[in-house]
Design a protein around this ligand. Structure first.
Ligand SMILES: Cc1cc2nc3c(=O)[nH]c(=O)nc-3n(C[C@H](O)[C@H](O)[C@H](O)COP(=O)(O)OP(=O)(O)OC[C@H]3O[C@@H](n4cnc5c(N)ncnc54)[C@H](O)[C@@H]3O)c2cc1C
Length: 455
């Protein structure tokens, strides 16, 4: 359909395209803003660097073979196709001119300029390596669909090679996993890998026992899931340890290579080596690069993690028509969680379409927080009421199925959960996948002898 005819973008006197609202991103914040604008029939153009709307909370299930990528990442174009006032474009926004109300985005090697009346940015966050950018090359992460698929292939490779190797040391390293960071992502991955070993690979591969598979979770703070604290953190640690995960607290990772990590105790400063073929980094986040672009264009300051220090009404710098929401921002200590991004998206969109008075401060309604640990084990806090164990696990499932986009995806997810959590199936560890390595590295036996030992 012709865009101009559909009323979503017009050509202005300078020959540039112009639309009412430009939304940048296709995650939780952007989708909430888009749906709000779509319902009020406000024309908008949504530009995203990725084709999908990614449901990040279920990414760990893609990495561990429970769900397929398509089930947690439907195309944003398909979600918005029923709204004639929505125009979805694949591209990376690289420039903003806040004085002239234009953005520049790159698509297929071409730069396009697009004018707006209002801009809503929701470009999210990426991993932070705290000054150790070299860690990125030798670790796995979980932020995008590609990350989850790369990690899943690595897990499959490790079990496949452990099955066939005759070298005991190589086998031990292949079956050793280190997770750095005991936040929600680290906890769910650590619990899930142990469960994967016990309930799937130990049954599918006859010479591997679950006890051989070690999962070590390393955390700098003194508790697991520091965002919860108290009894829920204690329960999380106990639950992980019961499932066989080694929880190493008050400990910093000081070095990482292709075959393991060196850690240092925060208390004694004692160093120790943990050999592992797979190291997963989930220790921190920083705003995506676009936050710096927008900060520079609007004169908005950012915090140490690059998050924009936005105004209480979600506007950026001195510009009443530029909004930033979700993980790329920092406001009143709100957590980097999907409900904050979604509510922010709705608030910004309602300010744009006049349903909320300009300048109205954003008020976050906290419905509670939850985190899954492993099968039948989760923690949940709603206001001051705390839940843990099986009841929290069912609450987690119910909430996540409710927020998954699309009836088909919900149905498939529930069926897959039955197969994986009641049965022993992992439908997405199929053998058509090509096992892959992130980096070619010499096997552990070819390295210096002092590195080839386990801590
Ligand atoms: C593994 C994992 C598990 C999580 N679990 C939970 C959970 O259980 N509960 C919870 O509440 N939260 C959870 N979160 C956090 C939650 O997913 C985020 O808070 C939420 O996604 C933030 O939404 P957002 O819109 O700010 O950014 P995102 O959802 O990250 O979306 C960012 C979008 O911006 C696009 N983009 C980036 N740069 C550009 C550019 N220059 N131009 C165009 N597009 C661009 C990206 O392609 C993407 O579409 C989890 C996160 C991860 C990674």
């Amino acid at each position: 359909m012709d865009r101009t005819a559909a009323g979503r973008a017009d050509i202005d006197a300078t020959g540039h395209e112009k639309t009412q609202v430009v939304i940048v991103g296709s995650g939780f914040g952007a989708l909430a803003a888009a749906k709000t604008l779509a319902k009020s029939k406000t024309p908008f153009v949504l530009i995203s660097a990725t084709t999908e709307h990614l449901f990040q909370p279920l990414l760990y299930q893609v990495a561990t073979g429970v769900l397929s990528a398509g089930e947690v990442a439907p195309p944003i174009r398909t979600i918005l196709q029923k709204y004639p006032n929505a125009d979805v474009r694949l591209g990376r926004v690289v420039e903003v001119n806040a004085e002239e109300n234009t953005v520049v985005y790159e698509a297929s090697g071409t730069r396009h300029t697009l004018g707006y009346r209002s801009l809503i940015a929701a470009t999210g966050a990426t991993q932070a390596y705290f000054g150790h950018d070299e860690f990125e090359k030798v670790t796995y992460k979980l932020k995008t669909v590609e990350d989850a698929e790369v990690l899943r292939k690595q897990i499959l490779r490790c079990f496949e090679e452990a099955h066939t190797t005759n070298d005991a040391l190589v086998r031990r390293n292949l079956l050793s996993f280190v997770v750095v960071g005991a936040g929600a992502t680290g906890v769910e991955l650590a619990g899930q890998i142990k469960e994967l070993a016990r309930r799937y690979f130990a049954k599918a591969i006859n010479n591997i026992s679950a006890d051989e598979v070690t999962v070590t979770m390393v955390e700098g703070a003194g508790v697991a899931l520091p965002a919860f604290g108290g009894k829920l953190s204690e329960y999380t640690q106990a639950s992980l340890e019961k499932s066989g995960v080694e929880v190493v607290l008050n400990t910093m990772v000081t070095a990482i290579d292709e075959h393991g990590v060196t850690v240092s105790s925060a208390k004694t400063k004692e160093e120790k080596r943990i050999d592992a073929e797979t190291v997963i980094w989930s220790a921190g986040v920083r705003a995506n690069d676009f936050a710096a672009v927008l900060g520079e264009a609007t004169g908005c300051e950012s915090d140490r993690a690059g998050r924009l220090l936005i105004n209480p009404d979600l506007t950026v710098g001195g510009f009443a028509n530029v909004f930033a929401i979700g993980d790329m921002t920092s406001l009143n200590g709100l957590p980097g969680q999907s409900p904050v991004a979604m509510q922010g998206g709705r608030h910004a969109a309602k300010t744009v379409n006049g349903k909320v008075k300009a300048g109205t401060p954003f008020k976050y309604f906290d419905k509670g927080s939850m985190s899954i640990i492993s099968r039948f084990s989760a923690v949940c806090r709603v206001r001051k009421v705390e839940f843990k164990g099986t009841i929290a696990w069912f609450m987690w499932l119910a909430v996540h199925v409710m927020y998954l986009v699309g009836f088909r995806n919900r149905y498939v997810a529930v069926m897959s959960w039955f197969g994986s959590f009641i049965g022993h199936r992992r439908p997405h560890f199929h053998y058509a996948q090509e096992p892959m390595k992130i980096e070619a590295a010499p096997p552990v036996t070819e390295r210096e002898p002092e590195l080839a030992h386990s801590a």
